[in-house]
Design a protein around this ligand. Structure first.
Ligand SMILES: [Zn+2]
Length: 57
């Protein structure tokens, strides 16, 4: 399982996502970023940042 804590890159956010793989994390984190943080588009740089913070759970 993979785990991603949104607060690792957006201080103050307590949302945590778990999924069987990175794609599953992105499938949850992208809509969360749009809804909660106004991130309309996840560019390559942000995607790399998120990927760097995905941990094995
Ligand atoms: Zn968040």
């Amino acid at each position: 399982m993979k785990r991603f804590a949104c607060g690792d890159i957006i201080p103050g956010c307590s949302s945590v996502f778990t999924a069987s793989d990175e794609d599953g994390i992105f499938a949850q984190a992208v809509p969360h970023g749009a809804a909660r943080h106004g991130i309309d588009e996840v560019g390559p740089e942000l995607a790399a940042t998120v990927r760097a913070h995905i941990r094995d759970a």
